[in-house]
Ligand binder design. Structure first.
Ligand code: AMO
Length: 436
């Protein structure tokens, strides 16, 4: 088998040529005078057709005894065909079993009956072979590409900040401690402190796409303990609106980019990638509270509230993506870096970005004046001594700045319309899952 390997999607253009393919043996059926094998690779699948009296009898026997999902290589002649729904058939002259799959498979790859998510995740490699599952990861890759392209063209530089920290910024309860040469360190919950420090270092606009770790004990469809955070930070902003406009632009461009990419490969998720109506509505937190039937209340949104809000926004405004603005200071009290409104310190300038009832991002202008930052830390019960390196960045000239944290997993989840956020990660981590 010395021919170069071809992919399933290339065969249609190779009519009449002798080619070699390689992939997983998805199916084999013998129907009297003819037998069909289906070999799947990363680009799709190929119908291999064996005709009695034409194909070597040994090939029938080989396919018959080879377990499903084994890796096989097939050499043969490609012929365009109306009979195959792939538009091409491969008539084999040689077949090789490269590695045989064990029997039985713990998870069927082509089964019509859906296995439960736990079983699927326990045998994730087999699960990932399903085209519908792969489609989600093609979308995810396009989302990552789209954001990178969008932020670069908006003047942002991509950065990487440490993930092993002495201190977290999002509160102690969700920090994972790690043993650091006998001392204690933590896994980063967010690049928060570092992206802000870079604003004092003339970086102007930065973004980072990196893992963030949260010791979230809750077992929900929206929380995982390792997620990909897309963080942005911008210096010399005039208001929260500068951040919202930029983030909205990047989100819209990313959806358009993903649609173009996925259209090229015939991905079934394309219909979910319609351009969102813009501008995304800006709904003050006070209005949200009213809509949820508790006017004036300063209670943070729970899962049920967020879900209902998504429905109300869809009903009233007919849009999936919306900002909730002007979060009360009482709700963001622990977020010491969030700037309070100068005209009304009972409100922050903070916002969330909601997507059909799920918070996918939050951010806002930061407190860049060190005296006020220290006051916020004091009222949050945070010891400034633990944040010495961060605070130093504010002492020698810190411009006004702000940014956001955006959950790549939640965004992909909402776009793909799969039931659980775990389905957007190759090997998800949660309260109960550390393997595979
Ligand atoms: P926050 O804690 O709101 O803000 O997180 C920002 C976004 O990250 C995603 N996210 C998660 N996704 C999956 N599982 C989780 N357990 C999880 N936790 C958070 C969400 C969320 O909207 N430093 C601030 C951001 C900033 O102000 O710049 C922060 O981390 O999509």
């Amino acid at each position: 088998m010395s021919l170069p390997r071809r992919l399933a999607r290339e065969l249609k253009a190779l009519d009449g040529e002798t080619v070699r393919i390689g992939g997983h043996l998805e199916d084999y059926r013998a129907l009297g005078g003819v037998a069909f094998a289906v070999v799947r690779d990363g680009s799709g699948s190929t119908q291999v057709t064996l005709k009695k009296g034409v194909a070597d009898p040994a090939l029938f026997a080989l396919f018959e005894t080879t377990p499903r999902e084994s890796v096989v290589e097939v050499e043969g002649v490609a012929r365009r065909s109306e009979k195959s729904n792939r538009g091409v058939e491969l008539f084999p002259t040689a077949v090789r079993v490269v590695t045989a799959a064990e029997v039985p498979l713990p998870l069927g790859v082509v089964d019509k009956v859906g296995a439960d998510l736990d079983t699927r995740l326990n045998h994730r490699v087999l699960d990932l072979r399903k085209p519908a599952v792969r489609a989600v990861f093609e979308l995810r890759a396009a989302v990552l590409d789209g954001f990178r392209a969008a932020f670069r063209s908006l003047g942002f530089v991509e950065v990487e900040t440490p993930k092993i920290l002495r201190q977290g910024a999002e509160g102690g309860a969700t920090l994972f401690p790690v043993d650091y040469f006998g001392g204690r360190a933590f896994l980063a919950q967010s690049p928060q402190l570092y992206k802000q420090m870079l604003m004092a270092a003339d970086f102007e606009r930065v973004f980072e796409i990196a893992p963030a770790f949260r010791a979230e004990p809750s077992d929900t469809i929206r929380h995982i303990t390792e997620f990909s955070s897309l963080d942005g930070e911008m210096a010399f902003i005039d208001s929260a609106e500068d951040l919202r406009v930029t983030l909205e632009e990047a989100v819209a461009r990313t959806i358009a980019h993903a649609r173009t990419r996925l259209t090229e490969t015939g991905n079934p998720l394309v219909p979910k990638l319609a351009d969102p109506p813009r501008p995304f509505p800006r709904i003050p937190f006070a209005t949200v509270s009213e809509w949820l039937g508790r006017p004036g209340a300063e209670i943070d949104l729970g899962t049920e509230d967020e879900k209902r809000l998504g429905e109300i926004v869809q009903q009233k405004l007919g849009v999936p993506l919306y900002y909730i603005t002007d979060f009360p200071t009482s709700i963001k009290a622990g977020t010491f870096y969030a700037r309070r409104q100068d005209a009304n310190p009972a409100l922050t300038e903070y916002f969330d970005l909601g997507f059909s009832g799920i918070e996918i991002a939050s951010g806002g202008p930061r407190e860049h004046r060190v005296d006020r930052l220290l006051a916020n830390m004091a009222s949050a019960g945070v010891d400034p001594a633990s944040f010495a390196g961060y605070l130093e960045a504010f002492r020698f000239g810190m411009p006004p700045h702000g940014g956001w944290g955006f959950g790549i997993d939640r965004f992909t989840w909402m776009l793909a319309g799969v039931p659980n956020i775990r389905e957007t990660r190759l090997f998800p981590r949660d309260r109960y899952r550390l393997e595979p």
